[in-house]
Write a protein that binds this ligand. Structure first.
Ligand code: PLP
Length: 490
């Protein structure tokens, strides 16, 4: 590692990326390559001799960029955003540049200490109850993804419960979710060894805006108790993936508390909005949950990966996840003076993720961060207004954050052809619309299916998106709808 060469090449990479961002709008947002495209153009084996960065960057431009879907494009409205930012990128650079492996405090004290400080800062910003902060016995940790946070909390809840009821009852443990809970929970429960037959999926309805119904939860729990099962874990969601629905936390937590169930609150996308006081109402009742997580890499301007997990009782995590081999023995740990974050996560090794969150919080400041979130929400409101003016479209569920769910109205389609009396045909038409829009490359959006209905999701949150991009996107959507409506698909 030659510092001077690093400086020279590092500048080149920064320039390359700055040019990429300057030109990002020229690329088709969703990559248009075919599977296996890269195999056909790169050599079969690694080079024997060194190649220059200049040559490699040329290949990145020619071979790699066409195979990228441009998540940072201002015309990216798919999935949920992965909001990049200068502060997030630079924080990541610092972290990668130091390349420390902070598994326990002594392995890099600043990595641990900054993480707990930043998690308290962020927790306060979200107005999380004190019980989730270090000062009051709780605390936060940075993990890679929500799936990992779910797995760690299920394992913590599982081991806590098994200590009470003994391990032979493992097969009786039950996990509760709704049909809108992110599928990661199922994977986490599976890895944690929960019997697949004990993963309860509670159906939601359009009438209740796809939220988890407390009454149905209670019935499911009572049914399990009757069967001799042991209710263990509930995942409530603030901002579901398909429609950004918000589960009624207070009622759900009260029921869970009554039956000694661990509640994890998954706010992967929408949690970041709760830095704005007007969204904090969605966290009402969170004081009765056991854990809460959000992905700062979705809507908090921090690069992937950055899942923030807060727990009320860190010992539940550490009792389940601690391993202390001889090679990691050190005084600070033995004197119980420090946090060893390896005991709060799956892996031993861990990145210095706190740096990017610290840079984001400091470089923007709370006022600007709130304004950025609000600007996305306001653009989504604007988009919703555009849809409302075109009677061929319908908004599928009320918008809560910066995502709008809509589709071509079945009523309009039925006026054109009776075949649209069949809901499947309505879904097919909307599927074609999304495929047609995405293949033009001008924007990228994705869909969801809720209660059998295909919906189009328009999620705003890319840092480069402005009103003009939303207006152009709407025009593209209308043009493709016009073309399909006039093209014999009906
Ligand atoms: N939970 C919700 C509500 C999500 O929307 C997502 C992803 O979009 C996840 C969990 C999964 O997050 P991760 O990829 O970090 O595991």
């Amino acid at each position: 590692l030659d510092p001077e060469e690093f400086r020279r090449q590092g500048h080149k990479i920064v320039n390359f990326l700055a040019d990429y961002y300057q030109n990002i709008e020229q690329y088709p947002v969703c990559s248009q390559v075919n599977p296996g495209y890269l195999q056909k153009i790169v050599p079969n084996s690694a080079p024997n001799n060194p190649e220059s960065l200049e040559k490699i960057l040329k290949d990145v431009e020619r071979d790699i960029i066409p195979g990228l879907t441009h998540w940072q494009s201002p015309n990216f409205f798919a999935y949920f955003p992965s909001s990049g930012s200068t502060a997030g990128f630079l924080g990541e650079m610092l972290s990668v540049g130091f390349n420390v492996v902070g598994f326990n405090w002594i392995s890099s004290p600043a990595a641990t200490e900054l993480e707990s400080i930043v998690m308290d800062w962020f927790g306060k910003l979200l107005n999380l109850p004190n019980c989730f902060l270090f000062a009051s016995g709780g605390g936060g940790v940075l993990q890679g993804t929500t799936c990992e946070a779910m797995l760690c909390t299920i394992v913590a809840a599982r081991d806590q419960m098994l200590r009470k009821i003994s391990r032979e009852n493992f097969g009786k443990l039950v996990v509760y979710a709704s049909d809108q809970t992110h599928f990661s929970l199922k994977k986490a429960a599976h890895i944690a060894g929960i019997d697949p037959g004990n993963f309860r999926v509670i159906p939601t309805t359009k009438a209740s805006e796809y939220t988890l119904c407390p009454k149905s939860l209670r019935l499911a729990i009572l049914n399990d108790l009757k069967e001799g099962n042991v209710p263990l874990f509930l995942c409530a969601t603030i901002g579901t993936t398909s429609t950004t629905s918000v589960d009624p936390l207070r009622s759900l937590c009260e029921i869970a508390k009554e039956f000694g169930i661990w509640v994890h609150v998954d706010a992967a996308y929408a949690g970041s909005a709760c830095i704005c006081p007007e969204f904090q109402v969605f966290l009402d009742g969170v004081e009765n949950a056991n854990s809460f997580s959000l992905n700062a890499h979705k809507w908090f301007f921090s690069t992937l990966d950055c899942c923030c997990l807060w727990v009320k009782d860190p010992s539940a995590l550490t009792n389940a996840l601690s391993i202390n081999p001889e090679c990691l023995r050190n005084k600070a740990t033995e004197l119980n003076q420090v946090i060893d974050y390896k005991d709060w996560q799956i892996a031993l090794s861990r990145r210095f993720r706190a740096l990017k969150l610290w840079l984001v919080l400091r470089s923007y400041g709370v006022i600007n961060l709130r304004n950025l979130i609000r600007s996305h929400v306001n653009m989504a409101k604007h988009f919703e207004g555009l849809i409302a003016m075109d009677k061929r479209f319908e908004i599928f569920v009320p918008r809560k954050f910066a995502m709008v769910c809509f589709r071509i109205s079945p009523l309009v389609l039925r006026q054109v052809s009776t075949k649209f009396d069949d809901e499947k045909e309505v879904n097919m038409f909307n599927t074609r619309l999304v495929e047609s829009i995405n293949s033009c490359g001008k924007l990228y959006l994705t869909h969801g299916v809720v209660g059998g209905t295909y919906i189009i999701r328009f999620a705003i949150g890319a840092s480069l998106t402005h009103y003009r991009h939303v207006d152009i996107a709407w025009k593209v959507i209308q043009d493709h709808a016009n073309a399909l409506l006039n093209q014999g698909y009906v």
